[in-house]
Design a protein around this ligand. Structure first.
Ligand SMILES: [Zn+2]
Length: 478
C-alpha cells in the first residue's frame, strides 16, 4: 500500500493510534493494537450471519469443535483471550465498524451476534480498459465485506476523457455523488468511507497499473490516496486505498466465499477481452515480482512443434504462422488470449453483433463450429494444466460466461469446456494424488453482471489488505 505512514491510510491502524492517545488521557480502560482489531474484524467479516464473541475468541483446532476448524487462513489459527476480544469489540463498536444484532438463544442463554456496522461503505470500482487507457468504470458503494451493493453507477468515458491523469478525479466525483445519493435516500444516514478499491484488467504492483505492452506505469493508488486524504485534524478514519488486478481480487473473493478452507487457491476467469488469473498461496494473495503472476492469458499454448523460434513478432518467417495464430493484445502470437476469450471466439465463429456464441456456432457447419470451440477450449485447458503443474493449488476455480459454462450437451458451445477439461486432466498435477479440486462457476449474466462481481471482489481484497497491513504493523505476537 505504498511507502508512506500507514497511520494515514489504514483505518484500523489509525483507530489503534487514536486509542493509544485516548488511553493516555485515561478515557478508555485499555488499549488494543491494530493487529487484534484487524483479526477480530476479519473474523466478523468472514460471516454473513453474525458471530459471537466466544467464537471470535476461539482458534482453529483439529478437534473440529469450533467453527474455524476448516479455515486455512493464518489469522484463524490463534486463540485470542475473551477479554481482549471484548476490548477490541468495544473499540470497533465505538467507531461503528461493528454492531450487535439480534441475539441467538443457545443453552438457555441469549448470545449476542456481532455484525459489520452499517455506517461504513467501501467504494468499489471496476475499471474498463481500451488497450492501455481507461474507457469507463462501474462505481459501487458496498458494505465493507463486499457482500451487498447499496448504490452504483456506470460511466463510459468519451474519447477526450480517456486519461489516466483525469481518472482519479472522476472516481472522486462519482464516489461523492453516490454518497450523497445514499444520504438523500436514508435521511440522517451519512455513509463514512472505509476505503476505495479499484480493480483493473492489467498487472498491478504496489498500487501502480502496468498495462501489458505499454512502456509506462500509472501510480493510481498514490493519486487516489492524495485525493481522498481527509484534511489534517479532521475527525474520523482515513480511507484505505487499494488498486489491484481484477482476477487477483476474484481470488480473494473466492477464498472468502469458501471459508478460507484451502491455503493454496487459483482462479482463472474468461472475460470478453482476456483470460485472467489470481493466486492465493500459503494463505496470502500473490502478485509476483511486477504484478504479472498468473497472467495466464499470455501463456504460449498454440505453436506447432518446432515453430517456437519463429514466434517473435518481426522476425523472418512469422507470416505463415501468424495466419493461423492470431495476435494477442500484447502483440505476440500463440497466446491464450488470442483464442480463448469471448471476443476471439466471436471472431472465429463469425458472430454478428446480436449473436450469442451458440447462435453463431449453430450457423456454421457442425464440423467447423466444433473445430473452433475445441481449439479454443483446448488452449484454455492447456493453460490451466500449466497452472496446476506450476502452482499445485488445492482448489482451482474457473469463472466462465454463462454460455460457456452451460454443460447442456445439445449446445455446440459445450465443446469448449469439454475440451478444456480433457486437456486439464492430462496434467501431471491433476493426475496425481490427491487431485486438485476443480470447479466451474458462471459469471453473473445481464449488463454489468461480471463488472459488479469484480467490483465486490475488490472490496473484499481491500478489507483483506487492510487487515494484513494492520497485522504487519502490530503483530499479534507482540
Ligand atoms: Zn499475450
Amino acid at each position: 500500500m505504498g511507502a508512506e505512514d500507514p497511520r494515514n491510510s489504514n483505518p484500523l491502524i489509525a483507530l489503534a493510534e487514536i486509542g493509544k492517545n485516548d488511553n493516555a488521557e485515561r478515557r478508555v480502560a485499555a488499549w488494543v493494537g491494530a493487529g487484534i482489531l484487524g483479526t477480530v474484524l476479519a473474523r466478523v467479516a468472514a460471516r454473513s450471519d453474525g458471530i459471537s464473541r466466544a467464537t471470535i475468541s476461539r482458534a482453529t483446532t483439529s478437534a473440529g469443535d469450533t467453527s474455524w476448524s476448516e479455515s486455512q487462513r493464518p489469522i484463524d489459527h490463534r486463540r485470542i483471550a475473551p477479554g481482549t476480544v471484548s476490548k477490541a469489540v468495544t473499540v470497533l463498536k465505538s467507531h461503528e465498524l461493528l454492531e450487535t444484532g439480534r441475539p441467538v438463544r443457545r443453552d438457555k442463554h441469549n448470545i449476542d451476534q456481532l455484525h459489520l456496522g452499517d455506517r461504513f461503505v467501501t467504494a468499489a470500482i471496476h475499471l474498463k480498459l481500451d488497450k492501455d487507457k481507461p474507457s469507463g468504470m462501474l462505481v459501487a458503494l458496498c458494505d465493507i465485506s463486499g457482500r451487498t451493493i447499496r448504490a452504483e453507477h456506470t460511466r463510459d468515458f468519451t474519447e477526450e476523457c480517456r486519461s489516466w491523469h483525469m481518472l482519479p478525479h472522476f472516481i472522486r466525483a462519482s464516489v461523492d455523488d453516490l454518497r450523497r445519493s445514499l444520504q438523500d435516500r436514508h435521511s440522517g444516514f451519512e455513509p463514512a468511507l472505509f476505503g476505495v478499491a479499484v480493480e483493473v484488467g492489467a498487472p498491478v504492483i504496489d498500487g501502480a497499473v502496468r498495462p501489458i505492452g505499454a512502456n509506462f506505469h500509472i501510480p493510481l493508488a498514490t493519486a487516489l490516496r492524495t485525493l481522498f486524504a481527509p484534511p489534517p485534524g479532521a475527525p474520523g478514519l482515513p480511507p484505505a486505498i487499494l488498486v489491484e488486478n481484477d482476477a487477483a481480487c476474484l481470488a480473494a473473493l473466492t477464498w472468502r466465499d469458501r471459508g478460507y478452507d484451502v491455503a493454496d487457491l487459483a482462479v482463472a476467469v474468461v472475460l470478453d477481452n482476456g483470460v485472467g488469473g489470481g493466486l492465493i498461496m500459503d494463505g496470502r494473495l500473490r502478485r509476483g515480482h511486477s504484478g504479472r503472476a498468473m497472467e495466464i492469458g499470455h501463456l504460449l499454448v498454440a505453436h506447432r512443434p518446432g515453430a517456437s523460434p519463429k514466434l517473435t513478432v518481426g522476425q523472418p518467417g512469422t507470416r505463415r504462422l501468424d495466419r493461423q495464430s492470431p495476435r494477442c493484445t500484447c502483440g505476440l502470437a500463440g497466446h491464450v488470449d488470442g483464442f480463448a476469450t469471448v471476443n476471439s471466439l466471436r471472431r472465429d465463429l463469425h458472430a454478428e453483433d446480436t449473436d450469442t456464441l451458440e447462435q453463431a456456432a449453430q450457423r456454421l457447419d457442425p464440423w467447423h463450429a466444433r473445430r473452433v470451440l475445441s481449439r479454443s477450449g483446448s488452449f484454455l485447458g492447456r493453460a490451466l494444466a500449466h497452472v496446476c503443474n506450476v502452482i499445485d493449488p488445492g482448489f482451482l476455480l474457473l469463472y466462465l460466461p454463462r454460455e460457456l459454462a452451460d454443460p447442456d450437451p445439445a449446445r455446440r458451445t459445450t465443446h469448449y469446456m469439454q475440451t478444456a477439461r480433457r486437456e486439464l486432466v492430462q496434467a501431471f498435477a491433476v493426475r496425481g494424488q490427491p487431485p486438485t479440486e476443480f470447479d466451474i462457476q458462471s459469471l453473473p449474466i445481464g449488463p454489468d453482471g461480471a463488472d459488479r462481481l469484480l467490483a465486490r471482489a475488490a472490496a473484499v481484497c481491500l478489507l483483506d489488505s487492510v487487515i494484513e497491513q494492520a497485522l504487519a504493523y502490530d503483530p499479534l505476537d507482540r
